[in-house]
Design a protein around this ligand. Structure first.
Ligand code: CTP
Length: 439
């Protein structure tokens, strides 16, 4: 398991009379037969000493005992055995004390499966039953879960994330402790939460994690807007599930791309808000796609997603509901423009997953017909927007039209014509048309 490079690091520290072990995720993933992304090392050598032992180092978190060593084009985080002081900001200990004993270092870690280590000879050291919990598929805190979560509240979402990624269950005492301490998540920086949420959403079956965020109450502090959809009856014969169950189905059945998973996760967030019932008691959600897109933007901004991703996801949600799409060419072209050619595949993927998630008898002929129509228009290279017009501002200037707001209005009118009659997209006909407009 240990490659030449990490062996060199461990050996170099050992040769100078200190202990050194690979610890945490690398050992866990090795035992699970998974790929190892990076090797973290724990040692009783002090950070100053590590800096002397290796040629290229970065004092990444020296105050907390961590030095990054660069070797063979890789970087390794080497941390001195430590015990953590109070975590007053819920993120990092205010102070740490360095220790000489491995077991004490392992004791401060989050879960039993993350607290195993491996020495140079590849012997595994497991003081807290990590191997057994791995075998039984259990995420369990080391020692008292309340203490572990009070040290770093993010660990509560990490528990849900590991449970989802590994398809494990959370030990009951640990789960009850998350419920009790869930409010502490408020102290955690949004960036850290957002990273964990992404990992949950990108897992094979994200609904397991989302259900656990709901079950433990963590969602109340992260995305309180989500709560109203849980158990919300749609009173509609085209839906065989409540809003939350429908969303979970869509989420699990869409490709694991972050934009699609986020769009699936949020696509019906405003359904409860838009709910009305007609005289027959049938439920309707008029405008829910528009409202959900707006609310998603607000939530994603709060969760500090990038502007590009926010735009992408909100457009997907805005057009996830194709019921009212006008199938005439002009309408389809407008639709392509609004969604964006590059986003069409994702948009259809979301629509199909959404329809499949409604009921087993759902039919998506309409979506397929629209996809076909879009492809035809794109393959025929038909003009779609102002940029595709065979005239531009310079032509208007040459016609003696004064620069200003009128330019935009005239080009829009020309576009209207061309969307309906693509064959008229040539300078002569468009010039003639413009002249009739300004007469
Ligand atoms: N750790 C912890 N508490 C945290 C974060 C990390 O106790 N809030 C410890 C765990 O022992 C963990 C190790 O630090 O295994 C390394 O943390 P990290 O790199 O974040 O996680 P990995 O376990 O390596 O898993 P992944 O790479 O999937 O995040």
């Amino acid at each position: 398991m240990l490659n030449k490079s990490i062996k060199y690091i461990l050996k170099n520290i050992n040769n100078h009379g200190y202990e050194a072990y690979v610890v945490g995720g690398a050992v866990r993933n090795y035992l699970l037969g998974k790929d190892i992304a990076d090797f973290d090392v724990t040692t009783n050598a002090l950070p100053d000493y590590i800096e002397k032992l290796f040629e290229k180092t970065i004092p990444t978190g020296k105050k907390f005992g961590t030095i990054t060593v660069l070797h063979d084009n890789n970087s390794y985080e080497i941390t001195t055995f430590r015990s953590d002081g109070v975590y007053s900001d819920g993120r990092r200990p205010d102070s740490v004390s360095f220790l000489n004993e491995l077991k004490e270092d392992l004791k401060r870690r989050d879960f039993t499966i993350n607290a195993m280590c491996m020495d140079y000879d590849e012997n595994i050291i497991d003081y807290f039953g990590g191997k057994e919990d791995l075998k039984n598929n259990i995420i369990k805190c080391i020692g008292n879960p309340d203490e572990r979560f009070n040290e770093d509240a993010l660990r509560m979402i990490r528990a849900v994330r590991f449970m989802t990624q590994l398809r494990f269950t959370i030990d009951e005492e640990t789960r009850l402790s998350i419920i009790k301490n869930s409010h502490f998540i408020k102290a955690i920086s949004i960036e850290r939460i957002h990273d964990e949420l992404n990992k949950i959403l990108l897992s094979e079956k994200p609904s397991r994690g989302i259900r656990m965020l709901v079950n433990t109450g963590l969602i109340d502090y992260i995305i309180p807007e989500y709560l109203s959809s849980v158990g919300f009856n749609q009173h509609n014969p085209y839906h065989d599930k409540n809003v939350f169950e429908h969303v979970m189905e869509v989420l699990d059945n869409i490709e694991p791309k972050l934009n699609l998973r986020l769009a699936a996760f949020f696509h019906d967030i405003s359904k409860p808000e838009c709910f009305t019932q007609d005289e027959n008691g049938r439920g309707h959600f008029y405008g829910h796609h528009i409202k959900s897109a707006t609310v998603t933007k607000e939530i994603m901004r709060r969760l500090k997603y990038s502007n590009d991703l926010i735009e992408d996801v909100s457009i997907l949600i805005r057009y996830h509901y194709l019921k009212e799409i006008d199938m005439k060419d002009k309408g389809v072209k407008r639709f392509i423009n609004n969604v964006g050619i590059d986003r069409l595949d994702d948009m259809f993927a979301l629509n199909i997953a959404d329809i499949k998630g409604k009921s087993s008898t759902a039919n998506f002929d309409k979506v397929e017909a629209l996809r076909k129509k879009c492809n035809e228009i794109i393959n025929n290279k038909e003009p779609l927007n102002r940029k595709d017009l065979d005239i531009d501002g310079n032509d208007l200037e040459n016609l003696g039209i004064k620069k200003g707001k009128l330019y935009g209005e005239l080009l829009d009118k020309a576009l209207e014509l061309v969307l309906e009659f693509p064959e008229k997209n040539n300078k002569e006909e468009l010039t003639e048309y413009i002249m009739t407009l300004i007469k």
